[in-house]
Each structure stands twice: as structure tokens, then as C-alpha cells.
Design a protein around this ligand. Structure first.
Ligand SMILES: [Zn+2]
Length: 406
């Protein structure tokens, strides 16, 4: 058993965080106790006095092959995809290259305090398997999926419904549920690049195998107009996904900015979750997601970096942009980042907060030099939310194991 000492803060709800001085973690990586006083038990004491200990960050939407394509300014989402992203993703047909970037990617996540990531791989089965292998080696928690497209993209990145189903089956059979940490997400890129046949085949296999589903929804007006052209019989973009069977309790849609009330109702009724990616939305000038409107429909919101449209791997920086997009208290922002992410993945019984019985996924944060030390928790978290970045992360633990620094 190990006993961690520091300013331990957990965000079970969005208004009143819990604070402790000591956290005991068992050999199985689960939290045994949380207390103000040092527990009366034998165990190695790890002293993080002067540091904050927070639940690990959940990045609910990030693209591995776009890691080195951040900050590429462009006219629009569709233009950006064609000019920079499709060429970058084509390089992942080279396994050695895919392995090198996967390593850099997962180590950057851990260095930034992300303990759980929901990842879009490239359109290649081999590169997706490599992503799983590298994630397994690091010990990070991740949901990963091969991006599917069968129209409106370069030939090399296109698949067919049959091939897609075979690829999903073979990789998911091996990796979905691995070590209780790695899971598979069926990942059609978005309706602009997928036929109805492909989306239906993908959602079928997801349902049969109990896999997650992730895709993009209503990010930009130009994209929405394109979907209207491609799927003329539908009332809305959301209804295309409804018909395709892509919405449900284990589905996460990225962005979901420009929605009607009817679309929000469909998302809520199907239990679909939203990955809100404010840094990406500012970068591509996609619009500002209305958090209050989503919450009025009872939708579950997680936060995503959306690297590479989002320039920042650090979820501290995504928090700052979430605050600029929708004013909120630092308590609520950290709640969305941790519990929101866990709920979106339906993992709230295992991760998302520091509670007895949960997995010890946590990070050690040094408030200096960016935020200064303050006694008042709200002030301290406010400064971290606006000024924080990877320099504030001192250590990252998953299931009680220190993964960074390794
Ligand atoms: Zn994305």
C-alpha cells in the first residue's frame, strides 16, 4: 500500500469539490481511503506537500495521426482536411512511421496529465493495431478506433463496408477490454466521407460486439450544407446518424455545435454523449458550442482537445478555451474535464474522481510557476484553468502506477 500526501481535490459535482490530505492506494491500483489525517496503516508515504493531487484528465476527442499537424491555418474545415490532414494521415500506411508517432503521442498525453484518451487513429488497420500496442506499453487508459471513409477522400484512405467490418472485428477482438484499460471505438469520420451503407455496417458491428462509436457532428455550416446535399431525404444531420444506427449510450459525437432543439432531443433520447472541443472550434472558426442549451436537454458533456484542429495537447489549455466559450466556475470546468469524461465513457464507477474503490488515476500538479500558490482553492484552480499547461504537471499515475515521469 502507498499513502499519498498533498492537497487532494476531487470534483464529483460541479459546485463543491471535496478536499483531503491523504489518499491510500492498494497494490491493485484502487483507492483504499481518503482522509484529512494520516491513516493509521503501514505503507510507503509519498509526500507531495505543496502540490495538488487531481483526478486524471480525460481527453474525449483526439486524433493521433494529426499530432504533428497542429496549428496549420486554413480557410475552413473541409479545406484544412484536404490540404493538410489527408496527406498527413496517408503517411500512416508506413508501420514504422506509425509506431514512432504513436510513441510520441502517448508520451505527450501522459506528460500533460491525460490519463484517459478517446483516440481517432488513421484509416489503416495496421497503424490502428500499432496504436493499441503502444498504448498498452505505456499503461495509459484509451479508447481507440480506425477512421472509416468510403467517399469524398483520397483513394488510399477509402475502404468498403465489408473491409471496414473485417478490420474492426479483427482489431476489436484482440484489444477491446484489454487489461480493463483499452477499448475499441467504431469510428466513421463523418457523414461527408461515409455512405449510409458504411455507417450502417459500422454501427451493426459496434452493437454486436459492444464497442464504442465516435464520429463528428455539426462542426461547421459548410459541412452541414454538404451533408444536406449528400443525404437529401433527411430533416437534419443528426437524423442521418440516427438512421445509420450510430447514436446511443456508447456513442460520442465531437463538436455538435449547430443543432436544432429537435436534434438535441434526439441526442438526449438516444443517450448520445458530446465531446466539446473549444480550442479546435476557435482555431477553425467553427462557432461556439452553447453549453447551457446542451445541458437544458440533459446531455452529457466531456471535453476534447481535438488535436490537430485543436492546437493544444494540454487539457489545461482546453479548459481555458472552454471558459472563453462558455463562462463557468473553475470547479465546473474541472468537473467536466474529469467526471464529464468518465460519464461520457460510462466509466464513472471506475474513474473520473478520487473516491474509495475507484482506480487511482491521478495527477500531481505543481501550481508554481504559472499559477502561484494560493490558499483559496477556487483562486488556485482559476489560475490553473487560465494559465496552466504541461509545465504544471509533475507526475501522472494510472491505476496507482506512475507512468510519467517513467
Ligand atoms: Zn476531430
Amino acid at each position: 500500500m502507498r499513502i499519498y500526501h498533498g492537497r487532494i481535490v476531487s470534483f464529483e459535482d460541479s459546485s463543491s469539490p471535496k478536499e483531503y490530505g491523504y489518499m491510500a492506494v492498494g497494490e491493485d491500483g484502487k483507492i483504499i481511503s481518503l482522509s484529512q489525517e494520516k491513516p493509521d496503516a503501514e505503507g510507503e508515504l509519498i509526500d507531495y506537500s505543496g502540490y495538488l493531487i487531481l483526478p486524471g484528465f480525460v481527453d474525449a476527442h483526439i486524433h493521433l495521426p494529426q499530432f504533428h499537424r497542429r496549428a496549420m491555418v486554413s480557410d475552413s474545415l473541409l479545406d484544412w482536411l484536404e490540404r493538410y490532414i489527408f496527406p498527413a494521415e496517408m503517411k500512416f500506411s508506413d508501420g514504422e512511421f506509425a509506431r514512432k508517432v504513436s510513441r510520441e503521442f502517448f508520451s505527450a498525453l501522459l506528460r500533460n496529465g491525460t490519463t484517459t484518451a478517446v483516440v481517432y487513429s488513421s484509416s489503416h488497420r495496421e497503424a490502428t493495431e500499432i496504436a493499441f500496442e503502444e498504448a498498452a506499453k505505456t499503461g495509459i487508459r484509451a479508447v481507440i478506433g480506425q477512421v472509416l471513409m468510403d467517399m469524398n477522400g483520397p483513394e488510399e484512405l477509402l475502404t468498403t463496408p465489408e473491409r471496414a467490418v473485417n478490420d474492426i472485428r479483427s482489431v476489436a477482438l484482440k484489444w477491446h477490454g484489454f487489461d480493463g484499460r483499452l477499448f475499441y471505438a467504431v469510428t466513421p469520420r463523418f457523414a461527408v466521407s461515409c455512405t449510409m451503407d458504411l455507417m450502417k455496417a459500422a454501427s451493426n458491428v459496434a452493437r454486436k460486439m459492444g464497442l464504442y462509436i465516435q464520429t463528428h457532428l455539426s462542426e461547421q455550416m459548410e459541412e452541414i450544407m454538404e451533408v444536406k446535399k449528400l443525404f437529401p431525404g433527411f430533416e437534419s444531420y443528426t437524423e442521418v446518424y440516427l438512421k445509420a444506427g450510430l447514436l446511443g449510450e456508447k456513442s460520442i459525437v465531437g463538436h455538435a455545435i449547430h443543432l436544432s432543439g429537435r436534434e438535441r432531443r434526439i441526442l438526449a433520447e438516444t443517450g448520445t454523449k458530446i465531446a466539446h472541443c473549444p480550442s479546435s472550434n476557435f482555431f477553425l472558426h467553427s462557432g461556439v458550442m452553447d453549453l447551457g442549451a446542451q445541458e437544458r436537454f440533459g446531455l452529457t458533456i466531456a471535453l476534447g482537445s481535438d488535436v490537430g484542429a485543436g492546437p493544444f495537447v494540454s487539457m489545461f489549455e482546453v479548459l481555458r478555451d472552454a471558459y472563453y466559450a462558455n463562462a463557468m466556475s473553475p470547479f465546473k470546468a474541472f468537473h467536466l474535464l474529469t467526471m464529464g469524461g468518465a460519464r461520457a465513457l460510462r466509466m464513472e464507477k471506475r474513474i473520473g474522481s478520487l473516491e474509495v474503490g475507484k482506480d487511482a488515476d491521478f495527477i500531481v500538479v505543481n501550481p508554481e510557476p504559472l499559477a502561484g500558490t494560493r490558499d483559496d482553492l477556487e483562486v488556485l484552480l482559476s489560475r490553473l484553468m487560465i494559465l496552466g499547461d504541461e509545465r504544471n504537471v509533475t507526475a501522472t499515475y494510472v491505476q496507482g502506477r506512475r507512468l510519467w515521469p517513467s
